[in-house]
Write a protein that binds this ligand. Structure first.
Ligand code: NAD
Length: 360
């Protein structure tokens, strides 16, 4: 039976990399019924809404979505359509694997890390008070009444929310991922030495949950030290779990360690739905030119296959992508050492080369 999957081609280079991905996934022999929807600027132009309700409803019904990048137009009331989608579907876990691909330029080699980022709370919960506003003055007055540390009246305030429930949920997700994917170590990343209550809570919960998984090693690192360790001894780490803000920063750091946006897939996973997407944006300057690198979205498709339990197809896609990149002949300009567009493969040619490897 075919898998019902919501497909959001997205904006900018999205439709091109989405088409390439669709072709590769179909070439695995697994059957899909694509429920295709617009979101972002494309949806705004066609339906007057960046995130039409039917998109969210389709993902809820299918449980799985493959999504291209979305442009958040200014002045729509959304900070980010992507964040709105994650919140609408309670996609609490952001999963960002970073793995070295031979043929992708990087100062690091043999990197194989997974960042698990909490997606719903922390400083990104969106609870903010602007400088000079009446409600901000009320918040500051309350803090100054209750806390020995005083806040300047001119301050802007962002609230950091860490709950034991959401911390436990994300840490458990990281351990379950480690068990399922035969990983050995989970590292909890925090700044509990300074933020003793919020990050202290995250660390305590991490330590408690770790006891439930005696087969997986556990340690913790302060976030600044974690950055240095990743630069010096990345081979000592495996699965890294952390609150939202650190996860945002560290997942870009690890993506940079394996050569950047072109090969960085991701997943946003919740209890009822999962959305798979490349981490890159809509790169409007490359749109419509058949020159964008489809690898990140194809690898996101492989993550989706894994999520669906299609492990051998997932592995085959990952190996085919790795093979084409390592060979270096049918790759997009960004993967060429000379970045010469005239000698590079187009988006669709690269997908064809990946498909040929799949069937070889
Ligand atoms: P971007 O990722 O779109 O582009 C940054 C640069 O990276 C581009 O100029 C391009 O040179 C390169 N690049 C990115 N993807 C590439 C690919 N597949 N192949 C070749 N080169 C690639 O980031 P940006 O310019 O900051 O953002 C553009 C738009 O994308 C914004 O509207 C932003 O809001 C949106 N965005 C969306 C998502 C998402 O949907 N998840 C993520 C990030 C940014």
């Amino acid at each position: 039976m075919a898998y019902q999957v919501t497909l959001i081609p997205g904006d900018g280079i999205g439709p091109e990399v989405a088409e390439a991905t669709k072709r590769v996934l179909e070439a695995t022999g697994i059957a899909f019924e694509w429920d295709i929807h617009d979101a972002g600027v494309t949806a705004l132009e066609k339906h007057g809404d960046v995130l039409p309700e039917q998109v969210v409803a389709s993902i809820r019904a299918n449980g799985v979505a493959l999504k291209g990048p979305l442009t958040t137009p200014l002045g729509t009331g959304f900070r980010s359509v992507n964040v709105a989608l994650r919140h609408a579907l309670s996609l609490y876990a952001n999963l960002r694997p970073a793995r070295t691909y031979a043929g992708v330029r990087s100062v690091f080699s043999n990197i194989d890390l997974v960042v698990v980022r909490e997606n719903m709370e922390d400083l990104y919960a969106g609870i903010e008070f602007d400088t000079g506003q009446a409600d901000t003055a009320e918040i500051i007055a309350t803090i100054n009444r209750l806390s020995p540390r005083k806040v300047a009246e001119s301050a802007a305030v962002s609230v950091k929310i860490i709950t034991p429930e959401n911390s436990a949920r994300i840490v458990r997700f990281a351990f379950d991922y480690a068990v399922k994917n035969e990983r050995k170590l989970v590292t909890s990343v925090h700044k509990a030495n300074i933020m003793k209550f919020s990050d202290g809570l995250f660390l305590r919960v991490s330590q408690e949950i770790a006891k439930e998984y005696p087969q997986i090693e556990f340690n913790d690192r302060i976030v600044d030290n974690m950055c240095m360790q990743l630069m010096q001894r990345p081979e000592d780490y495996d699965v890294l779990v952390m609150p939202n803000l650190y996860g945002d920063v560290l997942s870009d750091l690890t993506a940079g360690m394996v050569g950047g946006l072109g090969v960085a897939p991701s997943a946003n996973i919740g209890e009822q739905a999962a959305v798979f997407e490349p981490i890159h944006g809509s790169a409007p300057s490359h749109a419509g030119k058949n020159e964008a690198n489809p690898s990140a979205m194809i690898l996101s498709g492989a993550m989706m296959l894994r999520h669906l339990g299609e492990l051998s197809a997932a592995k085959a896609v990952e190996e085919a992508v790795a093979g084409v990149i390592a060979e270096g002949r049918q790759v997009t300009y960004d993967l060429r050492p000379d970045r010469d567009r005239s000698k590079a493969a187009g988006t669709s040619d690269m997908a064809t080369a990946i498909i040929e490897r799949l069937s070889a």
